[in-house]
Design a protein around this ligand. Structure first.
Ligand SMILES: [Fe+2]
Length: 195
């Protein structure tokens, strides 16, 4: 399969090329995240590259709440994706995991993030943090792989995800907010079907 650039611009192509070079030159996922960090900061600070059509909510969302998950880039071997997650004001994702390492950062708006840990097969809350535009964090599973985000700004929040799997199409887990029990979950993308 070929690489797919759903948003095919020099900014996205340049970013992905630099990410691939960083991954190739790093000894570990944590090392790769460190190497990618400066370019990710630049991407979050550049308010021109993410076209408005990739910042729209999705009424038919696999996540519920009108949340849009827009694929921007996907590697031919499905080992790397870049996507935008659009969360309307007051909406929250389900509690979910990602099953891959990568970086997540806030491009627009503000969010509350609740982080969970799996204990005895259930998700238990461990930490809560407020995120402002430009904030970002590394996901290095199993640490910090389970979370839920809620938009706290009056405008829609948009976060940029760079993850080392086909996050929208892989089967992962959503967790019941009361019992913490996992269930099979596939979020999908707004703009690309899963095979
Ligand atoms: Fe997430």
């Amino acid at each position: 399969m070929r690489d797919e650039y759903l948003l095919d611009t020099p900014t996205v192509r340049g970013f992905i090329a630099d990410v691939r070079a960083a991954i190739a030159g790093a000894a570990s996922p944590a090392g790769a995240c460190d190497a990618i960090r400066p370019r990710f900061v630049e991407l979050l600070a550049d308010d021109r590259w993410l076209l408005p059509e990739f910042q729209e909510p999705n009424p038919d969302s696999g996540m519920g709440g009108g949340i849009g998950q827009w694929l921007l880039f996907r590697a031919g071997d499905r080992s790397l994706t870049l996507f935008a997650l659009v969360v309307p004001p007051g909406s929250a994702t389900p509690i979910h995991d990602h099953l891959a390492w990568g970086l997540v950062g806030l491009y627009r708006g503000t969010q509350d993030e609740e982080i969970y840990a799996e204990r005895g097969g259930r998700a238990e809350p461990v930490e809560r943090r407020a995120l402002a535009t430009g904030d970002f964090y590394a996901l290095l599973p199993p640490r910090d792989d389970i979370h839920r985000v809620r938009t706290t700004s009056p405008e829609t929040s948009v976060s940029i995800h760079l993850l080392t799997n086909d996050t929208g199409c892989v089967w992962r887990h959503a967790y019941d907010e009361r019992s913490g029990e996992p269930a099979a979950f596939r979020s999908g993308y707004v703009n690309v079907p899963c095979d």
